[in-house]
Design a binder for this molecule. Structure first.
Ligand SMILES: [Zn+2]
Length: 435
């Protein structure tokens, strides 16, 4: 079995190196935008868009005397990777499943935007279509594949091509496995390096624990486990959200792309990044704890759960003023829940444990003692009281117990723990101490 892991560290380029890196990520962004414009033309002409077609366009772009700066300021491999990413972004757009998923989220329709083609006609930028990258997005990156051909890592030093030379990084953890590729990214003015590694396991790991739990994901309580453990949502999250909203309000009053607008934009991007880091670290800690202690973890299948949770009133019962906020809260939650489950998934695989996804239907209305299913069992958000047997419990705890039994049921149908486990290990990410 092959296991993929990713390690991310803060990169510390000197002034000259930063100039080169800025050119490298800048030219990759430029090529993305140029090829995207070309692919809109292809789209309008009903031409097939795929990686092979798009990568071929790079040569012509480099030959264009207008774009001669690409010579010497770009890395050929990373340009190809960038264009491949663009092709997979188009692949997402052409995939009907992705559109179905988007529809489920029920986002508010935005004012339509258009891209002007060479002949003067316009293409409407539809949802899921790849977008143009702007410097003001605050995020740029390049990816280098076939790492050992022209890069190396020794201690806390990384050798990069294109005259960058040897760069220091804050190595907070040993890098295990063979490095397959490396991504250099610039986020809100800071540089990072991510290594993707591969390790071949000769034996399947065996989880040290025999314990099994059910996990209920919620809004007020992020996690309630079937053995009564509760993990609260992150506290600092709320204050940062208020800060963010304040900055965004301020920015709306400024002239777009003016000096003051740019200053605020940088602050906003930085805060976004900070919030994402806090969430990521917190979820890493929780999922490690759960995965270390339990061989089997049952969760609700989120693809279905997202809908039923909001419909059953979990988010609506948050208090006054919810309507305006619920859109924001929900998007944060969706992201957080999804991330949490995928972390549990790969951590369980590393340790030889199992993550079982169960149908979320009726988990909150079923009595975990007698199995009676009724809407009336759930009188309030917090309290569960069975109208059949009189069993009283915390509603989340009752749900997590149902999730656990559903998990056991899934396993017994599949015929034991061996089956139903995905063979291929998913690439995943460990974010490192980067502050
Ligand atoms: Zn009951």
């Amino acid at each position: 079995m092959k296991i993929n892991k990713a390690y991310k560290f803060r990169l510390e380029p000197n002034v000259e190196q930063e100039v080169i890196l800025n050119n490298l990520v800048g030219s990759a962004r430029f090529v993305w935008n140029q090829i995207l414009a070309i692919s809109f033309e292809m789209f309008a002409q009903n031409k097939h868009i795929n990686a092979v077609n798009l990568v071929k366009k790079i040569t012509a772009l480099k030959k264009n005397p207008q774009f001669s700066f690409l010579d010497g300021n770009s890395n050929a491999v990373s340009l190809q990777q960038k264009v491949r990413d663009l092709a997979s972004a188009w692949g997402k757009f052409f995939n009907p499943k992705e559109h179905a998923r988007l529809k489920e989220k029920k986002r508010k329709p935005k004012k339509p935007k258009f891209f002007k083609l060479a002949d003067g006609t316009e293409v409407q930028l539809r949802p899921l279509m790849p977008r143009f990258k702007k410097k003001s997005d605050g995020y740029d990156s390049i990816r280098l594949v076939q790492f050992d051909k022209y890069c190396w890592v020794k201690g806390n030093k990384l050798k990069l091509p294109n005259g960058v030379g040897v760069i220091k990084f804050r190595k907070s953890q040993e890098i295990l496995g063979t490095i397959k590729n490396v991504t250099i990214s610039k986020v809100s003015g800071r540089w990072y390096v991510s290594f993707c590694t591969e390790t071949e396991l000769t034996e399947m790991p065996i989880h040290p624990s025999k314990s099994a739990i059910g996990v209920d994901l919620g809004v007020k309580k992020l996690i309630t486990t079937s053995n009564g453990q509760v993990f609260d949502p992150i506290n600092s999250f709320k204050t940062n959200q208020i800060k963010l909203a304040r900055l965004q309000r301020k920015q709306r009053k400024k002239v777009k792309f003016s000096q003051n607008w740019k200053k605020l934009n940088f602050k906003i991007n930085k805060l976004h990044h900070h919030i994402a880091n806090i969430r990521h670290d917190y979820l890493q800690k929780i999922t490690t704890t759960l995965s270390k202690n339990h061989a089997m973890i049952a969760v609700e299948d989120l693809k279905v759960a997202n809908m039923s949770k909001s419909a059953s009133g979990t988010i609506e019962n948050q208090g006054k003023n919810v309507k305006a906020k619920s859109g924001l809260n929900k998007s944060i939650l969706d992201q957080g829940w999804g991330m949490l489950v995928s972390m549990l998934e790969y951590k369980q695989q590393w340790r030889g444990g199992l993550l079982v996804k169960v149908d979320p239907k009726y988990t909150s209305q079923t009595c975990c003692e007698c199995g009676h299913v009724a809407k009336e069992n759930r009188q309030t958000q917090a309290k569960f009281e069975c109208v059949g047997c009189g069993y009283v419990a915390n509603a989340d705890l009752n749900a997590s117990r149902n999730i656990l039994s559903a998990g056991h049921a899934v396993l017994s149908v599949e015929g034991g723990c061996g089956k139903g486990r995905p063979k291929k290990q998913k690439a995943s990410e460990i974010r490192e101490e980067v502050a």
